[in-house]
Design a protein around this ligand. Sequence first.
Ligand SMILES: N[C@@H](CCC(=O)N[C@@H](CS)C(=O)NCC(=O)O)C(=O)O
Length: 153
Amino acid sequence: MIVLYGTQGSGAAAVEAALEIAGVPYRGVDAASWKPGPGLDELRGVNPLAQIPTVVLPDGGILTESAAILILLGQRYPESGLLPQAVEKRAQVIRGLVYIAANCYSAIGIIDFPERYCTTPTSRCANAFAQARERACTRCGTRLPMSSLPRRF
Ligand SMILES: N[C@@H](CCC(=O)N[C@@H](CS)C(=O)NCC(=O)O)C(=O)O
C-alpha cells in the first residue's frame, strides 16, 4: 500500500486528491517539518529533507516532488484520467505541474522559510517576505479554501 506523508493545508492535498480520484488505497501519515512528533520522525526516516508530499510506494521505493508523484499516479493508473492519453494534451498537463513546482512552489518555500535565505531577519526583511507571499499566492492562483476541504490533507 502507498504511504503518503503530509498534513492539513499542505501540498500533499494534491497527491491525496489524485489517490482518491484514482481509487488507490493508501495510508496517510500526519507529518510536516514544522510539526514535531512521531509523524515527523517517520518522515525524516524516508526523506531527510522532511518535505511533503513524500510517498513510499508498494515496492518500497521513495518518491518526493509533487509533480513526479502526480505524473507517476497518472501513468500507473491510466483509467483514472489524471493524465490525458494523447501525448500533446499530456504535455500540457505536465507543463502546468512543472510551472507550479518551478515557479510557485520554489517561491513559497523561500517565503515560508526566510531564515534559510535571509541572513539578517529584521522586521523589514519579514515585511518584504509577507508582501512577497501575498503577491506569489495571488499570481499563482493558489488562494484555495484549504480549511474547507473535507479530506485529511
Ligand atoms: N519541490 C517540492 C517542494 C515540497 C515542499 O516544499 N513542501 C512543503 C509543504 S507544502 C514542505 O514540506 N516544506 C517544509 C520544509 O521545507 O521544511 C515539491 O514540489 O513537492
